[in-house]
Ligand binder design. Structure first.
Ligand code: PGA
Length: 265
């Protein structure tokens, strides 16, 4: 299923800072980003930044004080609200800081920190219950792609990570397709391959949650998105946004990605 990017789906460009920028650097980066973007740059696009936990309060303060139209995001959370979970951060704590989006199930969390689909499913539920929007990451390894198992891997992740989630919730959330071999490697999926998988993800949502959810769910592409490739990726009908790692650390580069429309043919 391939739909025209409709009015119903506002593109979302998200900057995942990963474990970069202390809180002083974070303040500088959000201030530079605010300076690099004009009010009209946000007319057709939503923008979120996802700093490390230790920066959230600082970035929130800048966003509020200067009225910056950028949504605050987090990179992860635990599924419980509170309790004896040393080192964890709850969705309720994030919501209290005006966090709007939480990245859930990033491949680095899955691969380096042992997150399973079942854990990701609990996180999706708890982020939704706290009134925030999950950005659910899915994607295949190079081996899986070469073995022709990319779609099966992504289908399994969607099925398990969104088990029990109601259609109206799926409609409001974000799914990020991030082929693992393209993350931080400089290798980008071709825009045709990215489009194909994003359309496939939409068809999975259609089959399980119906046309309302399929038409509304926003599907991002992530993996070495840069100012140079964002315009083409974003021209594809089923790619509704980008989850940007490395290039989001530099405010001017990220601003150019947000402004991808200006560079489209
Ligand atoms: P990258 O990271 O843009 O540095 O490849 C993307 C991501 O991991 O979200």
């Amino acid at each position: 299923m391939s739909t025209q990017k409709s009015e119903r789906r506002r593109p979302l460009i998200s900057g995942n800072w990963k474990m970069n920028h202390n809180h002083f650097e974070a303040i500088q980066t959000i201030q530079k980003l605010a300076y690099a973007l004009n009010p009209e740059d946000y007319d057709h696009v939503d923008v979120s930044v996802h700093p490390p936990f230790t920066d959230l309060r600082s970035v929130q303060t800048v966003i509020q004080a200067d009225d910056v139209p950028v949504a605050l995001g987090a990179q992860n959370c635990h599924w419980e609200t509170s309790g004896a979970f040393t080192g964890e951060i709850s969705p309720a704590m994030l919501a209290k800081l005006d966090v709007s989006y939480v990245i859930v199930g990033h491949s680095e969390r899955r691969e380096l920190f042992g997150e399973t689909d079942e854990m990701v499913n609990r996180k999706v539920d708890s982020v939704l219950a706290a009134g925030m929007t999950p950005i659910l990451c899915v994607g295949e390894t190079l081996d899986e792609r070469q073995a022709g198992r990319a779609e099966a891997k992504v289908a399994g992740q969607i099925e398990a990570s969104l088990a029990g989630v109601k259609a109206e919730m799926v409609a409001a959330m974000v799914i990020a397709y991030e082929p693992i071999w393209a993350i931080g490697t400089g290798e980008t999926a071709t825009s045709a391959d990215a489009q194909q998988m994003c359309a496939y993800i939409r068809s999975l949502v259609l089959a399980k949650w119906g046309s309302g959810a399929a038409e509304s769910v926003r599907i991002q592409y992530g993996g070495s998105v840069k100012p140079s490739n964002a315009p083409e990726l974003m021209s594809r009908p089923d790619i509704d946004g980008a989850l940007v790692g490395g290039a989001s650390l530099v405010a001017d580069d990220f601003a150019r990605i947000v402004n991808y429309r200006l560079y489209q043919a």
